[in-house]
Design a protein around this ligand. Structure first.
Ligand code: PGA
Length: 247
């Protein structure tokens, strides 16, 4: 699985269409490619490609279905426009004040609207004492504790250490550390859901580039990648998609 998080880019529908066409031409068959354009550009982006190689989603939803929530979009709206996925709990949204409690409510809203969820977790920093594991555990448990196991069919966890986002490929997390953390996440999913927890895909995000994609997936023993900046450059994203398909 490879997820393109466009964040607040690009500026125009024409530019969005150009990126989608480039990505569609390069997407390998059999790989689950998900593009998350800004909600406003979603129809334009989705409209230029109707094939089955790309799946569509948004970067955020509100937890209510409708109502007096100026500027927000709801899960049913996304579904009605053909969206299948939503990213929930990205660190850039948490930095704007989104709490673990809000993340959980958004997860429930997505589930009610039959949207698949890519749940982001990630520690702001690492210390040698390993407090980051407690931090990740808290994020996971708060979001998922007590949820019916049905959610596992439509859930992926994107592990994105905040300190590794938006840097150079050399500053991404090492495959060794990704591996250690992905094992930890799978263990916590097992604690929460038993054996079924192992079926949840675990992705890594944070300065993914063609230069590190294959090593991260293979060495990190993860099921895919969440890509920010490099997902806006079709040739570079094409290399990342190919690397994941090979791994
Ligand atoms: P980046 O962003 O690939 O630009 O580091 C990843 C993300 O924040 O999802």
């Amino acid at each position: 699985m490879v997820v393109a998080n466009w964040k607040m880019n690009p500026e125009t529908p024409a530019e969005a269409a150009r990126i989608v066409k480039g990505v569609a031409a390069l997407a390998p068959r059999g790989l689950n490619v998900v593009i998350l354009p800004p909600a406003l550009l979603f129809p334009a982006a989705r409209g230029v490609y109707r094939g089955s190689k790309i799946h569509w989603g948004v970067q955020n939803i509100h937890f209510e279905k409708n109502g007096a929530f100026t500027g927000e979009i709801s899960a049913p709206m996304v579904r009605a426009l053909g969206g299948e996925y939503v990213l929930i709990g990205h660190s850039e949204r948490r930095a704007l004040g989104e709490s673990n409690g809000v993340v959980r409510r958004k997860l429930q809203a997505a589930q009610a609207a039959r949207l698949s969820v890519i749940l982001c977790i990630g520690e702001p920093e690492r210390t040698e004492h390993g407090e980051h594991f407690e931090f990740l555990k808290e994020q996971l448990h708060h979001a998922l504790e007590g949820m019916a196991p049905g959610i596992l069919r439509t859930l992926a966890i994107a592990y994105e250490p905040v300190w590794a986002i938006g840097k150079s490929a050399e500053e991404a997390m090492t495959p060794h550390d990704v591996h250690e953390t992905s094992l930890f996440i799978r263990r916590e999913l097992h604690t929460l859901f038993g054996k079924k927890g192992f079926s949840v895909p675990v992705l890594y995000g944070g300065s993914v580039a063609p230069e590190n994609a294959e090593a991260l997936v293979k060495g990190g023993e993860i099921n895919g990648l969440l890509v920010g900046r490099e997902s806006l450059i079709p040739n570079r994203f094409g290399e990342i998609m190919r690397a994941v398909a090979r791994a």
